[in-house]
Ligand binder design. Structure first.
Ligand SMILES: O=C(O)CCC(=O)C(=O)O
Ligand SMILES: [Fe+2]
Length: 257
């Protein structure tokens, strides 16, 4: 079995995870968040954290989720119903990171690290993105002798898997794709997508081509389309195993605020 095939066993793509009305509502809520809620996050665009902050020792100081992810849409329970978090300590996500990407912005290949249970569910809103999974160079591969010995060059730039994340879709990453691979989004203002499901400039196949929810990618007269990116919001849902005990009084206080 090829590395890409094995890797793909650990990823699930669900189109139409939220409706257009829910998407519009979520985007309105995210855009209406107070300025102080937005944080400049390491290696990435601006983000809003909900569910609580992490201490340097990776302990979550829990905070109630805003109603727009608990109730409308019932995102937490809908993500939980996928069973993706069945084996996780809380059997449900307890933390959401919202990222904003303007056209031309992306996120460098990275691993999410050990603070989280190794399952991540990511909802895309507003714009599509091309999401790549990468591997580290394997010992003995022909490229190893050529590269300089730095962390940056130890990543194989050819993705092991590439997904087209449509607006309103959910992607769940588990297993070796979470634990041993990296993931990232290239910084582009548009993507050149061929009618047979390839990225023309990178020469890679889109692995979820047959699972896409919209026909817009396939019903075209030209064989290759330049698809502009617009502003994308992503909601990355995770389970943080270590949670600090918070006194009931302070939780009630937080809920009233
Ligand atoms: O925005 C995304 O789709 C990915 C975000 C991500 O990888 C992260 O926040 O760690
Ligand atoms: Fe990540």
């Amino acid at each position: 079995m090829s590395a890409a095939r094995t890797a793909l066993d650990a990823v699930y793509y669900i189109p139409h995870f939220v409706t257009i009305e829910e998407e519009e509502y979520l985007i309105r809520k995210i855009q209406g968040s107070p300025l102080h809620a937005w944080k400049q996050l390491k290696n990435r665009s601006n983000g809003i954290i909900s569910g609580g902050e992490l201490t340097p020792r990776n302990v979550l100081i829990p905070k109630p989720f805003p109603s727009y992810v608990e109730n409308f849409p019932p995102l937490i329970s809908r993500v939980t119903a996928t069973h993706a978090f069945e084996g996780s300590p809380h059997h449900a996500p307890n933390h959401i990171l919202m990222n904003e990407y303007l056209p031309g912005q992306g996120i460098m290949p990275h691993e999410d690290g050990g603070a989280y249970y190794p399952v991540v569910a990511t909802l895309s809103l507003g714009s599509h993105a091309l999401f790549h999974y990468y591997q580290y160079y394997q010992e003995g591969s022909p490229d190893v002798s050529d590269r300089r010995d730095t962390a940056a060059t130890s990543i194989d730039p050819n993705p092991v898997a590439t997904l087209l994340l449509e607006p309103r879709s959910l992607v769940i990453t588990t297993g070796s794709l979470y634990k041993c691979h990296l993931h990232g989004i290239e910084e582009r203002t548009n993507d050149q997508i061929t009618l047979d499901g390839r990225l023309a400039d990178l020469g890679v196949a889109i692995d979820n081509w047959n699972q896409l929810g919209s026909e817009q990618w396939k019903c075209r007269r030209d064989s290759e389309a330049v698809v502009p990116r617009t502003t994308r919001y992503s909601l990355t849902c995770r389970d943080i195993p270590k949670v600090a005990a918070v006194a009931a009084g302070s939780l009630l206080g937080a809920m009233r605020r």
